[in-house]
Design a protein around this ligand. Structure first.
Ligand code: SF4
Length: 388
Protein backbone atom coordinates (compact mmCIF):
# COMPACT_ATOMS: atom_id res chain seq x y z
CA UNK A 1 0.00 0.00 0.00
CA UNK A 2 1.37 3.43 -0.97
CA UNK A 3 2.42 5.64 1.96
CA UNK A 4 2.28 9.41 1.57
CA UNK A 5 4.68 11.29 3.86
CA UNK A 6 2.73 13.80 5.89
CA UNK A 7 3.88 15.40 9.14
CA UNK A 8 1.39 14.74 11.93
CA UNK A 9 1.94 15.54 15.59
CA UNK A 10 1.64 12.32 17.53
CA UNK A 11 0.27 12.01 21.00
CA UNK A 12 0.09 9.09 23.33
CA UNK A 13 -3.04 9.11 25.45
CA UNK A 14 -2.55 8.41 29.13
CA UNK A 15 -4.01 5.14 30.43
CA UNK A 16 -5.03 6.57 33.80
CA UNK A 17 -8.78 7.04 34.22
CA UNK A 18 -10.46 10.46 34.05
CA UNK A 19 -13.01 11.92 36.43
CA UNK A 20 -15.88 14.03 35.08
CA UNK A 21 -18.28 16.01 37.28
CA UNK A 22 -21.45 17.30 35.67
CA UNK A 23 -22.66 20.50 37.34
CA UNK A 24 -26.27 20.57 36.13
CA UNK A 25 -27.08 24.26 36.56
CA UNK A 26 -27.10 27.28 34.26
CA UNK A 27 -28.37 30.79 34.90
CA UNK A 28 -30.43 30.55 31.72
CA UNK A 29 -30.72 27.98 28.96
CA UNK A 30 -29.19 28.75 25.57
CA UNK A 31 -31.70 27.84 22.84
CA UNK A 32 -29.27 25.60 20.91
CA UNK A 33 -27.93 23.60 23.84
CA UNK A 34 -28.60 19.88 24.11
CA UNK A 35 -26.64 19.32 27.33
CA UNK A 36 -28.60 18.54 30.45
CA UNK A 37 -28.91 21.44 32.89
CA UNK A 38 -31.62 23.38 34.66
CA UNK A 39 -31.94 27.11 35.24
CA UNK A 40 -32.94 26.66 38.86
CA UNK A 41 -30.20 27.41 41.39
CA UNK A 42 -32.44 26.68 44.38
CA UNK A 43 -31.57 22.98 44.04
CA UNK A 44 -27.80 23.55 44.35
CA UNK A 45 -27.51 22.81 48.11
CA UNK A 46 -29.56 19.61 47.78
CA UNK A 47 -27.54 18.53 44.72
CA UNK A 48 -24.27 19.12 46.61
CA UNK A 49 -25.43 16.88 49.45
CA UNK A 50 -26.51 14.20 46.99
CA UNK A 51 -23.15 14.53 45.20
CA UNK A 52 -21.35 13.62 48.44
CA UNK A 53 -23.47 10.48 48.66
CA UNK A 54 -22.70 9.60 45.05
CA UNK A 55 -19.00 9.84 45.81
CA UNK A 56 -19.38 7.32 48.62
CA UNK A 57 -21.03 4.88 46.14
CA UNK A 58 -18.11 5.15 43.70
CA UNK A 59 -15.16 5.51 46.04
CA UNK A 60 -12.46 2.89 45.47
CA UNK A 61 -13.84 1.63 42.14
CA UNK A 62 -11.24 3.44 40.06
CA UNK A 63 -7.50 3.80 40.55
CA UNK A 64 -5.67 7.13 40.43
CA UNK A 65 -7.22 9.73 38.10
CA UNK A 66 -4.94 11.93 36.02
CA UNK A 67 -7.66 14.26 34.78
CA UNK A 68 -10.57 15.96 36.46
CA UNK A 69 -13.09 17.89 34.41
CA UNK A 70 -15.87 20.05 35.83
CA UNK A 71 -18.38 20.53 33.05
CA UNK A 72 -22.06 21.02 32.68
CA UNK A 73 -24.03 23.11 32.82
CA UNK A 74 -22.07 26.03 34.12
CA UNK A 75 -19.70 25.08 36.96
CA UNK A 76 -18.66 28.73 37.44
CA UNK A 77 -22.23 29.46 38.46
CA UNK A 78 -21.41 27.85 41.82
CA UNK A 79 -20.20 30.36 44.37
CA UNK A 80 -16.66 30.09 45.72
CA UNK A 81 -17.75 28.32 48.90
CA UNK A 82 -19.70 25.65 46.98
CA UNK A 83 -16.89 25.16 44.46
CA UNK A 84 -14.40 24.79 47.28
CA UNK A 85 -16.67 22.32 49.07
CA UNK A 86 -17.05 20.30 45.86
CA UNK A 87 -13.30 20.17 45.30
CA UNK A 88 -12.68 19.14 48.93
CA UNK A 89 -15.11 16.26 48.47
CA UNK A 90 -13.33 15.14 45.35
CA UNK A 91 -9.78 15.43 46.71
CA UNK A 92 -10.67 13.85 50.06
CA UNK A 93 -12.24 10.80 48.46
CA UNK A 94 -10.41 10.13 45.22
CA UNK A 95 -6.79 9.66 44.32
CA UNK A 96 -5.98 12.55 41.96
CA UNK A 97 -2.48 12.47 40.42
CA UNK A 98 -0.19 15.33 41.38
CA UNK A 99 0.24 16.36 37.77
CA UNK A 100 -3.44 15.88 36.89
CA UNK A 101 -5.04 18.07 34.26
CA UNK A 102 -7.80 19.86 36.18
CA UNK A 103 -10.28 21.70 33.97
CA UNK A 104 -13.27 23.88 34.65
CA UNK A 105 -15.74 25.13 32.06
CA UNK A 106 -16.38 28.83 32.63
CA UNK A 107 -18.85 31.40 31.44
CA UNK A 108 -17.07 34.74 30.79
CA UNK A 109 -19.58 36.78 32.76
CA UNK A 110 -19.11 34.67 35.91
CA UNK A 111 -15.44 35.58 36.17
CA UNK A 112 -14.49 38.53 38.31
CA UNK A 113 -11.01 38.79 39.80
CA UNK A 114 -12.00 37.21 43.11
CA UNK A 115 -13.76 34.24 41.49
CA UNK A 116 -11.01 33.61 38.93
CA UNK A 117 -8.31 33.78 41.62
CA UNK A 118 -10.30 31.36 43.79
CA UNK A 119 -10.60 28.95 40.84
CA UNK A 120 -6.84 29.04 40.45
CA UNK A 121 -6.20 28.49 44.14
CA UNK A 122 -8.55 25.49 44.10
CA UNK A 123 -6.11 23.75 41.77
CA UNK A 124 -7.66 24.27 38.34
CA UNK A 125 -4.80 24.40 35.83
CA UNK A 126 -6.93 24.47 32.68
CA UNK A 127 -9.95 26.62 31.93
CA UNK A 128 -12.36 26.18 29.07
CA UNK A 129 -14.03 29.49 28.37
CA UNK A 130 -17.42 29.42 26.63
CA UNK A 131 -16.90 32.45 24.36
CA UNK A 132 -18.83 31.11 21.32
CA UNK A 133 -18.46 34.32 19.26
CA UNK A 134 -16.90 37.78 19.32
CA UNK A 135 -19.90 39.31 17.52
CA UNK A 136 -22.56 40.66 19.88
CA UNK A 137 -25.41 40.10 17.40
CA UNK A 138 -24.36 36.43 17.13
CA UNK A 139 -24.12 36.08 20.91
CA UNK A 140 -27.61 37.42 21.22
CA UNK A 141 -28.87 35.03 18.49
CA UNK A 142 -27.27 32.19 20.48
CA UNK A 143 -28.95 33.39 23.67
CA UNK A 144 -25.64 33.85 25.47
CA UNK A 145 -25.55 35.90 28.68
CA UNK A 146 -22.26 37.62 27.94
CA UNK A 147 -20.97 40.14 25.41
CA UNK A 148 -17.82 40.03 23.30
CA UNK A 149 -16.28 42.65 25.58
CA UNK A 150 -16.91 40.51 28.65
CA UNK A 151 -15.25 37.55 26.92
CA UNK A 152 -12.19 39.68 26.13
CA UNK A 153 -12.04 40.94 29.71
CA UNK A 154 -12.29 37.38 31.04
CA UNK A 155 -9.39 36.23 28.85
CA UNK A 156 -7.19 39.15 29.93
CA UNK A 157 -8.09 38.52 33.54
CA UNK A 158 -7.20 34.81 33.33
CA UNK A 159 -3.85 35.62 31.74
CA UNK A 160 -3.10 38.28 34.35
CA UNK A 161 -3.73 35.69 37.05
CA UNK A 162 -1.23 33.31 35.47
CA UNK A 163 -3.47 30.69 33.85
CA UNK A 164 -1.22 28.96 31.34
CA UNK A 165 -3.70 26.63 29.70
CA UNK A 166 -6.74 28.50 28.44
CA UNK A 167 -9.18 26.94 26.01
CA UNK A 168 -11.72 28.95 24.04
CA UNK A 169 -14.96 27.38 22.83
CA UNK A 170 -16.50 28.84 19.70
CA UNK A 171 -19.52 28.01 17.54
CA UNK A 172 -19.83 28.46 13.80
CA UNK A 173 -22.13 27.66 10.94
CA UNK A 174 -25.42 29.26 11.89
CA UNK A 175 -27.98 31.18 9.96
CA UNK A 176 -26.90 34.72 9.18
CA UNK A 177 -23.22 34.13 9.99
CA UNK A 178 -20.77 34.96 7.23
CA UNK A 179 -17.34 33.39 6.72
CA UNK A 180 -15.94 36.94 7.08
CA UNK A 181 -17.63 37.37 10.47
CA UNK A 182 -16.39 33.93 11.55
CA UNK A 183 -12.80 34.74 10.58
CA UNK A 184 -13.12 37.93 12.59
CA UNK A 185 -14.13 35.85 15.62
CA UNK A 186 -11.18 33.51 15.07
CA UNK A 187 -8.80 36.49 14.72
CA UNK A 188 -10.05 38.02 17.94
CA UNK A 189 -9.76 34.69 19.73
CA UNK A 190 -6.14 34.10 18.71
CA UNK A 191 -5.11 37.64 19.70
CA UNK A 192 -5.14 36.22 23.23
CA UNK A 193 -3.05 33.23 22.18
CA UNK A 194 -5.24 30.59 23.82
CA UNK A 195 -3.49 27.24 24.14
CA UNK A 196 -6.58 25.40 22.92
CA UNK A 197 -9.57 26.13 20.72
CA UNK A 198 -12.72 24.06 20.28
CA UNK A 199 -14.69 25.11 17.22
CA UNK A 200 -18.04 23.40 17.08
CA UNK A 201 -20.38 23.50 14.17
CA UNK A 202 -23.87 24.38 15.37
CA UNK A 203 -26.13 21.36 15.29
CA UNK A 204 -29.86 21.46 15.84
CA UNK A 205 -30.38 19.33 18.94
CA UNK A 206 -33.54 17.50 19.94
CA UNK A 207 -35.86 19.15 22.48
CA UNK A 208 -34.31 22.59 22.18
CA UNK A 209 -35.97 25.90 21.23
CA UNK A 210 -33.86 25.85 18.03
CA UNK A 211 -35.36 22.56 16.89
CA UNK A 212 -38.84 24.02 17.37
CA UNK A 213 -37.88 27.04 15.24
CA UNK A 214 -36.42 24.66 12.67
CA UNK A 215 -39.65 22.64 12.53
CA UNK A 216 -41.63 25.83 11.99
CA UNK A 217 -39.32 26.77 9.13
CA UNK A 218 -37.95 29.77 11.04
CA UNK A 219 -34.41 28.43 11.24
CA UNK A 220 -32.55 26.69 8.48
CA UNK A 221 -29.30 24.75 8.71
CA UNK A 222 -26.41 25.64 6.43
CA UNK A 223 -26.08 23.91 3.09
CA UNK A 224 -23.46 21.14 2.89
CA UNK A 225 -21.23 23.37 0.75
CA UNK A 226 -21.30 26.12 3.37
CA UNK A 227 -20.69 23.66 6.23
CA UNK A 228 -17.69 22.38 4.36
CA UNK A 229 -16.47 25.93 3.61
CA UNK A 230 -16.70 26.92 7.31
CA UNK A 231 -14.93 23.75 8.41
CA UNK A 232 -12.08 24.00 5.93
CA UNK A 233 -11.67 27.75 6.53
CA UNK A 234 -11.42 27.12 10.28
CA UNK A 235 -8.85 24.39 9.89
CA UNK A 236 -6.73 26.33 7.39
CA UNK A 237 -6.86 29.59 9.36
CA UNK A 238 -5.90 28.01 12.68
CA UNK A 239 -3.17 25.82 11.18
CA UNK A 240 -1.71 28.90 9.47
CA UNK A 241 -1.58 30.48 12.92
CA UNK A 242 0.31 27.59 14.46
CA UNK A 243 -2.46 25.40 15.85
CA UNK A 244 -2.62 21.64 15.38
CA UNK A 245 -5.98 20.31 14.22
CA UNK A 246 -5.96 17.16 16.35
CA UNK A 247 -9.62 16.21 16.46
CA UNK A 248 -12.58 17.18 14.27
CA UNK A 249 -13.46 20.19 16.43
CA UNK A 250 -10.29 20.66 18.45
CA UNK A 251 -7.08 22.60 17.94
CA UNK A 252 -4.09 23.08 20.22
CA UNK A 253 -0.85 25.06 20.20
CA UNK A 254 1.05 21.80 20.49
CA UNK A 255 0.47 18.25 21.70
CA UNK A 256 1.10 19.14 25.34
CA UNK A 257 -2.16 21.13 25.14
CA UNK A 258 -4.28 18.37 23.57
CA UNK A 259 -7.12 17.81 26.04
CA UNK A 260 -5.93 14.93 28.21
CA UNK A 261 -9.44 14.38 29.53
CA UNK A 262 -11.28 14.32 26.20
CA UNK A 263 -8.73 11.97 24.69
CA UNK A 264 -9.92 9.36 27.20
CA UNK A 265 -13.34 9.37 25.51
CA UNK A 266 -11.78 9.01 22.06
CA UNK A 267 -9.35 6.27 23.07
CA UNK A 268 -11.55 4.09 25.31
CA UNK A 269 -9.61 4.94 28.45
CA UNK A 270 -11.82 4.40 31.56
CA UNK A 271 -13.64 7.39 33.02
CA UNK A 272 -16.00 7.97 35.89
CA UNK A 273 -18.81 10.51 35.47
CA UNK A 274 -20.58 11.94 38.49
CA UNK A 275 -23.70 14.11 38.55
CA UNK A 276 -27.01 13.94 36.65
CA UNK A 277 -26.69 12.61 33.07
CA UNK A 278 -22.95 11.87 33.43
CA UNK A 279 -21.61 8.80 31.62
CA UNK A 280 -18.92 6.37 32.83
CA UNK A 281 -16.88 3.64 31.16
CA UNK A 282 -14.78 0.85 32.62
CA UNK A 283 -13.67 -2.51 31.23
CA UNK A 284 -16.37 -3.17 28.65
CA UNK A 285 -19.24 -1.49 30.44
CA UNK A 286 -20.70 1.94 29.91
CA UNK A 287 -23.28 3.34 32.31
CA UNK A 288 -25.05 6.64 32.71
CA UNK A 289 -26.80 8.59 35.42
CA UNK A 290 -30.38 9.73 35.56
CA UNK A 291 -31.00 12.96 33.63
CA UNK A 292 -32.90 14.85 36.32
CA UNK A 293 -31.49 16.77 39.29
CA UNK A 294 -34.56 15.99 41.35
CA UNK A 295 -34.54 12.25 40.66
CA UNK A 296 -30.76 12.14 41.10
CA UNK A 297 -31.17 13.63 44.59
CA UNK A 298 -34.13 11.39 45.46
CA UNK A 299 -32.27 8.21 44.45
CA UNK A 300 -29.19 9.10 46.46
CA UNK A 301 -31.24 10.25 49.45
CA UNK A 302 -32.94 6.83 49.31
CA UNK A 303 -29.55 5.06 49.38
CA UNK A 304 -29.47 4.13 45.66
CA UNK A 305 -26.84 4.86 43.03
CA UNK A 306 -28.33 7.34 40.50
CA UNK A 307 -27.72 5.02 37.55
CA UNK A 308 -30.30 5.10 34.77
CA UNK A 309 -28.88 2.44 32.47
CA UNK A 310 -25.84 0.54 31.32
CA UNK A 311 -24.58 -1.51 28.39
CA UNK A 312 -22.01 -4.28 28.25
CA UNK A 313 -20.11 -3.96 25.01
CA UNK A 314 -19.05 -7.14 23.25
CA UNK A 315 -15.51 -7.49 21.89
CA UNK A 316 -16.87 -6.79 18.44
CA UNK A 317 -18.76 -3.65 19.56
CA UNK A 318 -15.64 -2.38 21.30
CA UNK A 319 -13.55 -2.95 18.21
CA UNK A 320 -16.08 -1.19 15.95
CA UNK A 321 -16.34 1.72 18.38
CA UNK A 322 -12.56 2.03 18.42
CA UNK A 323 -12.57 2.36 14.65
CA UNK A 324 -15.32 4.93 14.79
CA UNK A 325 -13.64 7.01 17.51
CA UNK A 326 -10.17 6.60 16.05
CA UNK A 327 -11.22 8.27 12.82
CA UNK A 328 -12.23 11.41 14.70
CA UNK A 329 -8.64 12.22 15.69
CA UNK A 330 -5.60 13.10 13.63
CA UNK A 331 -3.80 10.29 15.45
CA UNK A 332 -6.11 7.80 13.73
CA UNK A 333 -6.05 4.10 14.47
CA UNK A 334 -3.80 1.11 14.01
CA UNK A 335 -4.03 -0.55 10.64
CA UNK A 336 -4.22 -3.91 12.39
CA UNK A 337 -7.67 -2.96 13.77
CA UNK A 338 -8.98 -3.46 10.23
CA UNK A 339 -9.16 -7.06 8.97
CA UNK A 340 -6.38 -7.88 6.54
CA UNK A 341 -8.39 -8.99 3.53
CA UNK A 342 -8.23 -8.07 -0.17
CA UNK A 343 -11.62 -6.31 0.18
CA UNK A 344 -10.65 -4.12 3.11
CA UNK A 345 -7.27 -3.31 1.55
CA UNK A 346 -9.06 -2.24 -1.62
CA UNK A 347 -11.46 -0.07 0.32
CA UNK A 348 -8.60 1.55 2.24
CA UNK A 349 -6.78 2.25 -1.01
CA UNK A 350 -9.92 3.77 -2.52
CA UNK A 351 -10.45 6.01 0.52
CA UNK A 352 -6.79 6.97 0.44
CA UNK A 353 -6.88 7.76 -3.28
CA UNK A 354 -10.06 9.81 -2.84
CA UNK A 355 -8.25 11.88 -0.21
CA UNK A 356 -10.24 10.77 2.85
CA UNK A 357 -7.49 8.82 4.58
CA UNK A 358 -3.74 8.71 4.78
CA UNK A 359 -1.76 5.71 5.96
CA UNK A 360 1.47 6.42 7.78
CA UNK A 361 3.59 3.95 9.78
CA UNK A 362 0.76 1.43 10.00
CA UNK A 363 -1.72 4.06 11.18
CA UNK A 364 -4.86 5.08 9.34
CA UNK A 365 -5.42 8.80 9.72
CA UNK A 366 -8.28 10.90 8.43
CA UNK A 367 -7.40 13.85 6.20
CA UNK A 368 -9.25 17.20 6.44
CA UNK A 369 -11.65 15.86 3.83
CA UNK A 370 -11.99 12.74 5.97
CA UNK A 371 -12.76 14.83 9.09
CA UNK A 372 -15.58 16.43 7.13
CA UNK A 373 -17.28 13.08 6.66
CA UNK A 374 -16.01 11.56 9.89
CA UNK A 375 -19.41 10.17 10.77
CA UNK A 376 -19.71 8.27 7.49
CA UNK A 377 -16.08 7.20 7.18
CA UNK A 378 -16.23 4.41 9.75
CA UNK A 379 -19.31 3.02 7.99
CA UNK A 380 -17.24 2.22 4.90
CA UNK A 381 -14.60 0.52 6.99
CA UNK A 382 -17.10 -1.18 9.23
CA UNK A 383 -19.00 -2.64 6.31
CA UNK A 384 -15.77 -4.39 5.36
CA UNK A 385 -14.98 -5.32 8.92
CA UNK A 386 -18.42 -6.90 9.21
CA UNK A 387 -18.36 -8.73 5.88
CA UNK A 388 -14.84 -10.03 5.86
S1 SF4 B 1 -24.52 26.17 26.30
FE1 SF4 B 1 -23.61 26.11 28.33
S2 SF4 B 1 -24.48 27.93 29.37
FE2 SF4 B 1 -25.79 27.51 27.60
S3 SF4 B 1 -27.40 26.17 28.39
FE3 SF4 B 1 -25.81 24.83 27.56
S4 SF4 B 1 -24.55 24.33 29.29
FE4 SF4 B 1 -25.77 26.14 29.87
Amino acid sequence: MQNKQIQIEQDTPSHFPGLYVHVPFCRSKCPYCGFYSIASPTLIPRWLNAFKKEISHCKGHFKEFDSLYLGGGTPTMLDIRDLSNLMDQIFNNFDIAQDAEITIEANPCDLNREKAAAIKSLGFNRISLGVQSFEDNELSFLGRRHTARQAERAMKLLRSLGFENIGVDLIYGFQGQSIKGWINTLKRAIEFEPEHLSCYQLSIEKQTPFVRLYKKGLLSPLSEEMQSAFFLTTSKFLEQHGYTHYEISNFAKNNSFFSRHNRKYWHHVPYLGLGPSAHSFQNSTRWWNIKSVKKYCEMLEGGKAPIDGYENLTEEQLRLEKISLGLRTSQGLDLNKIPDSPESNNMLLRLQDSGFLQIINNKIMPTKKGFLVADQLPLYLLSFAEHS
